[in-house]
Design a binder for this molecule. Structure first.
Ligand code: ATP
Length: 293
């Protein structure tokens, strides 16, 4: 399967923060949700993918091409969708179109008009007066009108009300019907991904934890519940992190089968949410750091 985005051993250092040896591949024709807590490096990774930042080391290829030699071609084929007003404030969407259109070889007026109508966008209202949801749709319209094969979005659903969010997710889902398009988007709202993501890429504190097919996560990961009498030094090592209480323990495993073999019927297993996976991973990593120091 073709990778549309490929990060190999990418490092980027800021004062007090580092993206460490990121190896992330994003498959063509699918929606990949990019998750992680606040400040773990999602926006930085997206900026690297868009060549708005350059890595200190490692390589980034988009459509199998390198920005150094093929920047123009890559940019023709990417659409970056944002909710902030990075368009010129005082112009209308119609004026915006006239500005953007000459930059794209594949610009399609018919498609532009189609989405303006579908999304009920006001063509002659100043962009600064568009709501957050409208802004998102305007930005998506621009990306779709130049036939972007790869659509990248940074937190597209944050700040949208539930109805707008649901509508945006449905739109994204519909865009995937021909198998040629790829969507990569970051989000805090992990429940959004239940509806549409094929793959989940997860980073924590600048490190890539995994990129997996959504259904595989459900196959491999589980929340395990049982009595604390089951825990000792060896069994505790089987878990990503453990929460203990007077009633017993609750823990996350990335290897359901092994846990079944070890504990048999003494435990209960439940399906974790992506939020559970994020929380337990954070806890596990913090405890590891503590036990090493
Ligand atoms: N240009 C910069 N110079 C210095 N530090 C930066 C710069 N850009 C980002 N950082 C730092 O890098 C870290 C990661 O930031 P980033 O915006 O990538 O996180 P994020 O995962 O997108 O977070 P959030 O979900 O809160 O938006 C933060 O500590 C941030 O302060």
């Amino acid at each position: 399967m073709e990778n549309v985005i490929e990060l190999k051993d990418v490092n980027k250092v800021f004062k007090g923060f580092q993206l460490k040896d990121l190896n992330i591949s994003v498959k063509k024709g699918f929606i990949t949700g990019f998750i992680g807590g606040n400040g773990v490096g999602k926006s930085t990774t997206i900026k690297l993918i868009l060549n708005l930042l350059q890595p200190d080391s490692g390589s980034i290829s988009i459509f199998g091409l390198d920005y150094k030699k093929h920047e123009k071609e890559i940019k023709q084929r990417i659409g970056f969708v944002f909710d902030e007003n990075i368009f010129y404030e005082n112009i209308t969407l119609n004026e915006m179109k006239k500005l953007v259109k000459p930059a794209y070889k594949k610009w399609d007026d018919e498609l532009f008009n189609h989405y303006v109508e579908k999304f009920e966008l006001p063509l002659n209202k100043k962009i600064k007066h568009l709501s957050k949801g409208m802004m998102m749709k305007a930005s998506l319209t621009i990306a779709l009108s130049h036939h972007a094969e790869l659509i990248i979005m940074d937190e597209p659903t944050s700040g949208l009300d539930p109805i707008y969010r649901r509508e945006l997710l449905d739109i994204l889902h519909d865009l995937m019907q021909n198998g040629e398009r790829t969507i990569f988007f970051s989000t805090h709202i992990t429940t959004d991904l239940d509806r549409i993501a094929d793959y989940i890429a997860f980073i924590h504190n600048g490190e890539h934890i995994f990129t997996k097919e959504y259904y595989k996560i459900e196959e491999e990961y589980a929340i395990v519940k049982g009595g604390t009498n089951l825990l000792d030094r060896d069994t505790e090592r089987e878990f990503i992190a453990i929460r203990k209480s007077n009633h017993g323990f609750e823990a996350l495993t990335a290897n359901k089968k092994r846990i079944e073999d070890i504990f048999g019927e003494a435990i209960i297993m439940e399906k974790p949410t992506l939020e559970d996976i994020m929380l337990y991973t954070k806890k596990g990593r913090e405890e590891n750091v503590e036990s090493r120091s």
